[in-house]
Design a protein around this ligand. Structure first.
Ligand code: HEM
Length: 260
């Protein structure tokens, strides 16, 4: 062994395990692409009328707006237009509601189809039961695990931890269905076929506001998700979501099917 080899310290690591199935990986990246286009084309649509309401109606004669982004008139003239979403951050980057809607609906349907594929594959492969639906033990361990996450003390284990399970469960079974159903309930065609859907969400404007709220929560999830991927070891995390193989922390025994 040469000098370099003699002094090279071997890092203590656990085995390489096959953690993410092909279905999990493909659906994950299709979602990421869809949500990118949905967010930016959604902002294009939102900018056509950047005000949110509750209830059935919207318009000048109603006083039911809950969020408005635009210019206000003051005695000194129009003032204070807070532009939270700059125009260039939309798809297309210029004002074009028609194209924005085409892009939004296309990726919306791809997103819904991917959700169905993920659900069936996860049910059949046991991914739902094993990694996603939190059990009583996960709920009990969640507060301690949350403190660990806040201190960036992350563990590379064989399955998701309690906070991961609960977060992914909320994203997959609350936010994804909510954003799709509120989106569908704004479609005039579906309103005619299933009028109960609009009633479920308390009217078209409430559906629109809930759709927007779910988007904000998904963006928040995305930011924390990326920070956690970076903190947990981005190369290992990304490899697992691309190839399926994940390196465990030191101390995990090597089981059948694992690689050294
Ligand atoms: C809109 C964007 C995204 C959403 C909604 C999202 C959502 C999710 C969900 C729901 C899971 C669990 C999936 C399952 O087990 O079936 C997951 C896992 C994962 N995501 Fe994302 N993700 C997004 C973007 C990203 C990006 C950009 C990266 C990489 C930089 C990333 C890296 C990962 C990794 C590494 C895992 C596996 C976590 C682990 O093995 O501990 N995600 N994501």
């Amino acid at each position: 062994m040469g000098e370099a080899g003699k002094w090279r310290r071997k890092r203590a690591v656990g085995p390489l395990v096959y953690r993410q199935s092909l279905a999990t990986r493909i659906t994950h990246w299709v979602w990421a692409i869809c949500l990118f286009f949905l967010l930016l084309s959604g902002l294009q649509i939102f900018n056509a009328h950047p005000t949110l309401y509750v209830g059935e109606q919207s318009g000048f004669e109603f006083d039911n707006s809950v969020l408005a982004i635009g210019a206000v008139n003051s005695p000194d003239g129009p003032r204070g237009q807070t532009r939270i979403f700059p125009g260039a951050l939309t798809i297309p980057s210029y004002r074009d509601l028609g194209t924005g809607r085409v892009v939004h609906f296309f990726f919306g349907w791809v997103f819904l189809g991917t959700m169905l594929v993920w659900f069936v594959a996860s049910l059949v492969q046991g991914h739902l039961r094993r990694d996603i639906v939190p059990g009583v033990a996960d709920l009990k361990a969640a507060p301690g695990d949350l403190v660990d996450h806040a201190r960036f003390r992350l563990h590379n284990n064989r399955t998701y931890g309690p906070v991961q399970k609960i977060t992914y469960f909320i994203v997959l079974f609350v936010l994804f269905p909510l954003i799709v159903l509120t989106g569908l309930s704004m479609s005039p065609g579906l309103n005619a076929a299933w009028p109960w859907m609009l009633d479920l969400f308390g009217g078209r404007q409430t559906a629109r506001t809930l759709h927007f709220g779910a988007m904000v929560l998904l963006v928040l999830f995305f930011v924390v998700h990326i920070v956690m991927v970076l903190a947990a070891g981005p190369v290992n995390e990304l490899r697992s979501m691309v190839t399926g193989w994940y390196r465990l922390s030191a101390g995990h025994p090597k089981l059948k099917g694992d690689k050294p």
